[in-house]
Design a protein around this ligand. Structure first.
Ligand SMILES: [Zn+2]
Length: 81
């Protein structure tokens, strides 16, 4: 019987730095009308990719959190269809 192959250890999860993840320099991310951020409810003129009011830092923090959750789910085999 051939020797059992060992799995290589997975690389560590990336460290995501809020403030450096999204590029919102396009004017589509700006509105003249301030509205409550979808995450923290403080007023903002910024808009996310879906046009919803959001601070860039809040959106980056949410994206980082979702990325870590997805990576953990993938590693544990608990991904959703
Ligand atoms: Zn916010």
């Amino acid at each position: 019987m051939p020797p059992r192959r060992r799995r290589r250890p997975l690389p560590p999860l990336p460290v995501l730095a809020p403030g450096q993840l999204l590029d919102w320099t396009d004017r589509a991310h700006w509105s003249d009308r301030a509205a409550p951020c979808r995450y923290c409810e403080r007023l903002t003129h910024l808009r996310d990719e879906q046009g919803q009011p959001a601070h860039k830092a809040c959106a980056e923090e949410d994206g980082a959190r979702r990325g870590v959750q997805a990576a953990r789910a993938y590693r544990s085999g608990r991904t959703q269809a």
